[in-house]
Design a protein around this ligand. Structure first.
Ligand code: PMP
Length: 431
């Protein structure tokens, strides 16, 4: 595979940006080799600057559930851009977008649009603290909620990949207000509620973590969190930045039937543009400025281009819920093929899947259902698998601790091809 132009571009980028990138996992640090520079995408495919073509399972880390450059979305962005890109004043597009979100996400009665998932979680936590008049928050080891200080403590995703769970620059005071529990372990949460009685503002959780690889909740776990937060006067925040509009039109809360107080959203909600949102019960949301005292603001929040792309994306998903069945059917087929490959190759691996999200963990454990087990994965083996897949024209996440995203744009032929090639790759790795 010729990657001369990517190599040249990376060399230049290293002079211009820290690590040559604008977000750490893009640098391929945990899988080795230089990152590939992308030129364009269409449907399920991306092409790099050297002209190599890949079947894409990263989907911009989740947003592109309909594939790249979907015509309706491109058209919505272009038409809107011609009328002006930002006003810093209310627009009808914001009403359209928020109305759609409220109609799709079961627990959301009011919404505030922001510009990223990080802003969404950071603001939701401030709101939860302002509303409950308490300071502490429980998060789960391995869950990632963006890069605000309160959440960069035993975080997943890039922080897990790069071994930087506690970033320099996060103060002791900030870290001290974040209490860490173990995912799928209700007792660890109960213990914290007893120890920090009446001090906990919220429990924040990825209802289905994707940032330590995909980890489905054990039966009763999310229901238990709902009960514990209610009994202890704390809010339950579902971080649905990944699962929102992915597992179902109403996200994990619809798919799994548990209702949080606040929900944070990102990725799919922007149709590939920089957008986030948080929402929940009106009674809580009304504590936000200008209606209430909790301050939160943004020059570009509700940006017309982002609202046009996002509302078009959500409109398609809302009008065509059969998309979810199609995605899940392809993901089930992929999972079955990968399981057969794993068995035939003799490699030690665990495959977790829910809806169209999947992770193949190179792991000796019989099951992976928390951060500790996920961390035991063989990242060298994953790196070998990743590099082999890349050479085979398959674009996987450059980290063991992420998701493989099946999109509406993937065809069964592509899934079959991927199963065949992954079989060969796994055999090579186990040899
Ligand atoms: N929450 C979750 C669950 C995420 O996966 C991410 C990003 N991967 C974030 C929050 C942060 O979103 P953003 O990158 O848009 O700031």
């Amino acid at each position: 595979m010729n990657t001369t132009k990517s190599k040249e571009a990376y060399k230049k980028a290293l002079e211009l940006m820290p690590g040559g990138v604008n977000s750490p996992v893009r640098a391929f640090k945990s899988v080795g080799g230089d990152p590939i520079f992308i030129e364009k995408g269409k449907g399920s495919r991306v092409w790099d600057v050297d002209g190599n073509e890949y079947i894409d399972f990263v989907a911009s880390w989740g947003p592109l559930i309909l594939g790249h450059a979907r015509e309706e979305i491109v058209e919505a962005i272009t038409k809107t851009a011609a009328k002006g890109t930002s006003f810093g004043a209310p627009t009808l597009l914001e009403n359209k977008m928020t109305e759609l979100i409220i109609s799709m996400v079961p627990s959301v009665e009011k919404v505030r649009m922001v510009n990223s998932g990080t802003e969404a979680t950071m603001s939701a936590l401030r709101l939860a603290r302002g509303y409950t008049k308490r300071d502490k928050v429980i998060k789960f080891a391995g869950c990632f909620h963006g890069h605000a200080d309160s959440f960069l403590i035993q975080a997943g995703s890039g922080a897990m990949t790069l071994g930087l769970p506690d970033s320099p620059g996060v103060t002791k005071a900030a870290a001290g207000d974040t209490l860490i529990a173990s995912y799928n372990d209700l007792q660890s949460v109960e213990k914290l509620f007893t120890e920090y009685k009446d001090q906990i503002a919220a429990v924040i959780v990825e209802p289905v973590p994707g940032n330590m690889g995909v980890i489905p909740p054990k039966p009763g776990f999310l229901e238990g969190l709902r009960e514990l937060t209610c009994t202890n006067g704390a809010l339950l925040i579902f971080d649905e930045v990944i699962t929102g509009f992915r597992l179902a039109p109403g996200g994990a809360q619809e798919y799994l039937g548990v209702t949080p107080d606040l929900t944070t959203m990102g990725k799919i909600i922007g149709g590939g543009l920089p957008v986030g949102a948080f929402g929940g019960k009106a009674e809580i949301m009304n504590h936000l400025a200008p209606e209430g005292p909790v301050y939160q603001a943004g020059t570009l929040s509700g940006n017309p281009l982002a609202m046009a792309a996002g509302s078009t994306m959500l409109g398609v998903l809302n009008d065509q819920p059969e998309i979810y069945k199609d995605i899940e059917a392809k993901a089930i087929y992929l999972e079955a093929g990968l399981r057969k490959n794993v068995e035939e190759s003799g490699v030690s691996a665990v495959i977790n899947r829910i809806g169209g999200m999947l992770t193949l963990f190179f792991n000796d454990a019989p099951e992976v259902w928390n951060h500790e087990l996920s961390s035991g994965s063989d990242t060298d083996k994953y790196a070998a698998y990743f590099r082999k897949s890349l050479e085979n024209g398959i674009w996987l996440a450059p980290s063991q601790f992420e998701c493989t995203f099946v999109s509406a744009a993937h065809t069964m032929e592509e899934i079959e091809k991927v199963i065949e090639l992954s079989g060969e790759a796994l055999k090579e790795i186990s040899a």
